[in-house]
Design a protein around this ligand. Structure first.
Ligand code: ADP
Ligand code: MG
Length: 254
C-alpha cells in the first residue's frame, strides 16, 4: 500500500478553533457557548443584530477580551493556557476596527512602521521598504509622508489595513471596517479586503455589508443572543435560511 502524502481538501489546517466559548461582563453573559472553526485560507463573515456579541467574539480571538469559559485555539496556541505568550500569538493576527485608530502625530508610513520596528521584527529601513510596498498595494504610495488628518475615511482605513499587514500576519480580523465610512468610500476598502481574500488570507470579518459577505465569504456565521444561531455557505444562509431568527434578521437587512 502506498503512503498518500497529499493533503486531502477536507483536511486543510485549522487556523482558529473555538469550543464552548463563553464571555461575561459582570452578570451579562454575552457569549453563551460558541463553537467555530476557521480553516487556512477561509473567509468567514460574521453577521447578526447589534449587541449580539459579534465584536466580543472577534476580540476573544486575539484575547483583547478575557475569555470566561471554553477554549480558543489560534495557530495551535490555546489562548486560555496561561503559559501561552499572547503577544506572540497577536503578532500573527492583524486586526482592523471600525475607527481606524491611526496615531495622528505620526505620518502614514510611521504608523505602518511602528509595530514591526517596536517588536524588533524589522529594522527601520526594512520596515519603511515593506511599508511602501504595502501602501502601493492599497493604492496609497503617494501618501506615505502625509498625516492621517489629511486623508479621507476610506484612505485612513486602507492605511489601517496596510498597518495590520506590516506584521505579516497570517490571519486578519475585521470588525465592521466600513461602517464608519461615507458610502462612496466603502467600495475602495471592500476592494482591498477582496484582494486579500483572493490572495488566500485567512479572514474573519464582522460586517453589515450583506452583498459583500455573500460575494466574498466562503462561510457566513449568523450570531444572535450570544449564540451562533446558524452558519453555512453564503448562498445557503442568505438564500435558504433554516432558522426563524435568521429569516427575521435577513428580512430586515436585505
Ligand atoms: P455587537 O458587536 O454584535 O454589536 P458587542 O460584542 O459589541 O455586540 O456587545 C455585546 C454585548 O456585550 C452588549 O450588550 C454590550 O453592551 C456588551 N459589552 C461589550 N463590551 C463590553 C464591555 N467592555 N463591558 C461591558 N459590556 C460590554
Ligand atoms: Mg460590534
Amino acid at each position: 500500500m502506498s503512503i498518500n502524502t497529499q493533503v486531502e481538501p477536507g483536511t486543510r489546517s485549522e487556523k482558529i478553533a473555538v469550543t464552548g466559548l463563553k464571555k461575561s461582563f459582570g452578570n451579562n453573559e454575552v457569549l453563551k457557548g460558541l463553537d467555530a472553526v476557521v480553516h487556512e485560507g477561509e473567509v468567514v463573515a460574521v453577521i447578526g443584530p447589534s449587541g449580539s456579541g459579534k465584536s466580543t467574539f472577534l476580540r476573544c480571538l486575539n484575547k483583547l477580551e478575557e475569555i470566561s469559559g471554553g477554549h480558543v485555539n489560534v495557530n495551535g496556541f490555546d489562548l486560555t493556557d496561561p503559559k501561552v505568550d499572547i503577544n506572540q500569538v497577536r503578532r500573527q493576527i492583524g486586526m482592523v476596527f471600525q475607527h481606524f485608530n491611526l496615531f495622528p502625530h505620526m505620518s502614514v508610513i510611521e504608523n505602518i512602521m511602528l509595530a514591526p520596528v517596536e517588536t524588533g521584527k524589522l529594522s527601520k529601513e526594512e520596515a519603511r521598504a515593506t511599508g511602501l510596498k504595502l501602501l502601493a498595494r492599497v493604492g496609497l504610495e503617494a501618501k506615505a509622508d502625509a498625516r492621517p488628518v489629511s486623508l479621507s475615511g476610506g484612505q485612513k482605513q486602507r492605511v489601517a489595513i496596510a498597518r495590520a499587514l506590516a506584521m505579516n500576519p497570517d490571519i486578519m480580523l475585521f470588525d465592521e471596517a466600513t461602517s464608519a465610512l461615507d458610502p462612496e468610500m466603502v467600495g475602495e476598502v471592500l476592494q482591498v479586503i477582496k484582494d486579500l481574500a483572493a490572495e488566500g488570507m485567512t479572514m474573519v470579518m464582522v460586517t453589515h455589508e450583506m452583498g459583500f459577505a455573500r460575494e466574498v465569504a466562503d462561510r457566513v456565521i449568523f450570531m444572535a443572543d450570544g449564540y451562533i444561531c446558524e452558519e453555512g455557505a453564503p448562498e445557503q444562509l442568505f438564500g435558504d435560511p433554516q432558522q426563524q431568527r435568521t429569516k427575521d434578521f435577513l428580512s430586515k437587512v436585505l
